[in-house]
Design a protein around this ligand. Structure first.
Ligand SMILES: [Zn+2]
Ligand SMILES: [Zn+2]
Length: 453
């Protein structure tokens, strides 16, 4: 059997769930309606989809993987794939002699019902699921997913492009939420790497490290990360505007405010409240170290992929619905995962009323009043509408900022309580295997090893 044939036994591929419920209902999937008006080529419609994967367990040891495709125009889940590396029946027969006639007969009978459909590494589940969905998009929906909205965390996009499912190119659109986080992590990395760098404060005092009072604090890093995200979001479709606004952030912290917005909505106090403005210029050495991070995150190819202003938030919301139904800390059979995934997609596409319609269709009229589902959906809708009110949004933002600032202040005051490998009894002995801080690597660095060896 070839490797490719070994990797996949397609017998538990989930059906593509777009429930065909009452078409007169407004809560129904409006897929056709949403894609109406889009250009078609030979009966096919080209659309943008956000694709993301999730695992039941962390640490690339998960038995199950889940990937979903959500149409950017409609926000509906249009396809999903589940990878399972577990089958309870195979598990119970793993002590049998695989060369025996009895085992071979059982295996042949069991094959159509085996729930294992993937035997590669857990890390490769995401790209495998993405390729599966891209390859069947024309057959299932007459759609071509020509824009891939994703993050840079996985090789899914590369695998999809390499699989060449269509005869047209597939372009990448980056999730701006993930790109925004790169600014914060980039700045935190330079803070960590430059703990010995000497830095002159405004009062002429020379101190070690670029983090702390008068320098690049965690609070300033969070602010810069938010400004970077705003610079992208405020200039959707305007690449030059994005670059200009991002460069303005660094100029602002160099105490040069000629490019800062000067209107009433501006956050630059140099323009809005000059009397109370206190220069917040960062030391020269800090600005020099920050410049490469800004150059990297200002690169035109990167910002070009953010021009649509797409995010993967819908996929993350769907993962939340799935793992709420099949909690990560509990063992779940492949059947439970499949059921949980179907229910999560149903909830996402049709609201709480979707389940009630499915039950009615199979002749199981729920005993609870149908108005209960309607009430749940109405309450949810009201919550969503009220959360979009700008004053509430601002309040949430302020509270989130306060909470984060408080946590950062505590973190800066306290000595590090968690750092990979930092608390080994003999850090040198731990060597390069300290990476995970678990298992053998950790014991190797412990002075007690002579007792146990
Ligand atoms: Zn099996
Ligand atoms: Zn300014």
């Amino acid at each position: 059997m070839s490797n490719a044939a070994k990797q996949v036994r397609v017998n538990t591929e989930p059906a593509v769930v777009i429930p065909d419920l009452d078409s007169t209902d407004s809560g129904d999937t409006s897929e056709g309606e949403g894609f109406a008006g889009l250009e078609t080529v030979e009966g096919l419609v080209d659309i943008a989809v956000s694709c993301d994967g999730s695992w039941q367990r962390r640490g690339h040891q998960s038995l199950y993987g889940f990937e979903s495709c959500i149409a950017a125009d409609t926000g509906k889940v249009i396809d999903y794939a589940i990878q399972s590396k577990f089958c309870s029946s195979c598990q119970s027969h793993n002590t049998w002699d695989p060369t025996s006639e009895l085992y071979k007969r059982w295996k042949a009978d069991h094959a159509p019902n085996c729930t294992i459909n993937f035997t590669g590494s857990s890390g490769s589940m995401e790209s495998y699921g993405a390729v599966t969905m891209w390859k069947r998009s024309i057959a299932v929906h007459s759609l071509r997913y020509t824009t891939f909205i994703g993050d840079g965390d996985s090789s899914s996009f590369k695998s999809v492009v390499e699989s060449a499912p269509y005869n047209v190119p597939i372009t990448k659109s980056d999730c701006i939420g993930h790109i925004q986080k790169r600014m914060g992590s980039g700045l935190r990395v330079i803070v960590g790497k430059n703990k010995e760098v000497e830095c002159m404060l405004k009062n002429g005092k020379i101190v070690k490290g670029i983090s702390g009072r008068g320098r690049l604090t965690l609070n300033i890093i969070n602010k810069i990360q938010n400004y970077y995200g705003q610079a992208i979001r405020n200039n959707i479709g305007d690449l030059d505007g994005m670059v200009k606004d991002i460069k303005t952030i660094l100029r602002h912290y160099s105490d040069e405010h000629d490019t800062c917005p000067a209107d009433v909505t501006s956050r630059c106090k140099y323009h809005t409240n000059r009397d109370k403005y206190k220069p917040k210029q960062l030391p020269e050495v800090v600005l020099e170290l920050m410049a490469p991070v800004f150059d990297r995150l200002c690169a035109v190819p990167l910002l070009d992929r953010c021009q649509r202003g797409d995010t993967q938030n819908s996929n993350e919301a769907l993962h939340h619905l799935l793992w709420k139904r099949a909690p990560k800390h509990m063992f779940a059979s492949p059947e439970i995962i499949k059921l949980a995934a179907a229910l999560a997609v149903l909830q996402r596409n049709c609201g709480s009323g979707g389940l009630q319609k499915i039950l009615s269709r199979i002749g199981l009229d729920p005993t609870v009043s149908t108005s209960l589902f309607e009430k749940i959906d109405a309450r949810k809708e009201a919550t969503i509408v009220s959360s979009r009110v700008s004053t509430k949004k601002t309040r949430r933002k302020v509270l989130r900022g306060l909470k984060k600032r408080k946590a950062d202040q505590l973190k800066e005051k306290e000595a590090p309580s968690y750092e990979v490998g930092a608390f080994d009894a003999d850090p040198d002995a731990a060597g390069p295997s300290r990476g995970r801080g678990r298992g053998r690597g950790r014991r190797r660095g412990c002075r007690c090893k002579s007792i146990y060896l």
